[in-house]
Design a binder for this molecule. Structure first.
Ligand code: NAD
Length: 329
């Protein structure tokens, strides 16, 4: 079976090649271009394509893949909001993903962002390097005995809830389903109550129609003053313009984002020589209490190995017609 691996980075090859040895029936070709309607043409002669969150797996791309006789789309990530699932179903293309490779990899980054913005670690790092040993601008708060509000208590949200408990925080959560494994220490509340009570709000729900711009100026106004907001889930959960307005209203002690609305086009690219003409992200970065990382939540050794293993197993299962719980279509 032949798999065309789009947007391949050095670390992708490093994690997939050793795992591929245990899947001798799968032959992988790694290419640099991102999957979109134009590059989908390259998939002629391949049974499947492997794509990431930054790919455009919309209707047009899927039509081209279908014409190339591609039968499987293997997403090497959890989220699939960039896939037109209805179109894939209509064309009979099987799409599978990696729903839970290493929830701790993302949850630990979420707590890392929360700590970094709270204690301004990015500022402290630069200050000391410049021989500035003053404490100006570095005062934070204790997390101990504060309230953490987790939005979405699936695999990653649950891991974040456990980490927050480890810090001695009171953990409250909002989800459309309750996670029984958390019932000993998590109190489920309404979304509004979570906004009103939390000192730290961490987003871990998927991006869907009803979660698009879940955090906007109206919901921000319901939050406590000096709240910390962390988003490691999907950029469009947060309305960037609303966030900027909220920051200007001094609502936030800190904001840590591993994902943001404008990330497509930036993710894993070096654009340091470019002038961003219309970037709201640049405005966000101008605030001293905002820290942005570029979608690195999944980027640990353990997570990469698990992603490779599950993606290749997904291909075998797709070929065998096995529904394995990782199915998007
Ligand atoms: P999951 O499916 O295990 O959990 C998602 C949870 O969100 C579920 O409990 C679900 O019931 C809940 N949910 C659904 N709709 C909701 C709503 N309207 N309000 C509140 N909760 C709702 O997913 P997961 O593995 O925990 O991943 C969470 C998200 O993290 C993914 O959707 C993905 O976008 C993101 N993610 C980011 C990275 C990264 O590198 N930053 C890596 C992996 C995943």
């Amino acid at each position: 079976m032949k798999l065309l691996f789009y947007a391949a980075k050095v670390y992708d090859k490093k994690s997939f090649e050793p795992v591929n040895e245990s899947f001798p029936d799968i032959e992988i070709e790694y290419i640099e271009p991102e999957l979109d309607a134009l590059t989908a043409e390259l998939a002629h002669g391949y049974d499947g394509v492997c794509a990431f969150v930054s790919a455009d797996v919309g209707a047009e791309t899927l039509e081209v893949l279908h014409k190339c006789d591609v039968k499987y789309v293997l997403m090497r990530c959890a989220g699939f909001n960039n896939v037109d699932t209805e179109k894939a179903k209509e064309l009979g293309i099987i799409v599978k993903r990696v729903p839970g490779y290493s929830p701790e990899s993302v949850a630990e980054l979420a707590m890392g962002l929360a700590l970094a913005v709270n204690r301004r670690l990015y500022k402290a790092y630069n200050k000391v390097r410049e021989n500035d040993y003053t404490l100006k601008g570095l005062r934070g708060v204790n997390f101990f005995e504060k309230t953490a509000g987790i939005v979405g208590t699936g695999k990653i949200g649950a891991a974040m809830a456990r980490i927050c408990r480890g810090f001695g925080m009171k953990v409250i959560a909002y989800d459309v389903y309750q996670n029984d494994s958390l019932k000993d220490f998590v109190e489920y509340v309404s979304f509004d109550e979570l906004l009103e009570r939390s000192d730290l709000i961490s987003l871990h729900c998927p991006l869907m129609d009803n979660t698009y711009h879940l955090i906007n100026i109206e919901t921000i106004k319901k939050m406590k003053d000096d709240v910390i907001l962390v988003n490691t889930s999907r950029g469009a959960l947060v309305d960037t313009n609303g966030l900027i307005e909220g920051i200007r209203l001094n609502k936030f002690l800190g904001v840590g984002l591993d994902v943001y609305e404008e990330e497509t086009g930036n993710v894993y690219e070096d654009r340091s020589d470019e002038i961003m003409e219309h970037s709201v992200t640049a405005r966000l970065l101008s605030f001293p209490n905002v820290l942005i990382t570029s979608h690195q939540g999944f980027y640990t050794k353990e997570a990469l190995e698990a992603i490779a293993e599950t993606t290749l197993q997904n291909m075998l299962d797709a070929k065998a017609g096995v529904v394995n719980g990782n199915d998007v279509t």
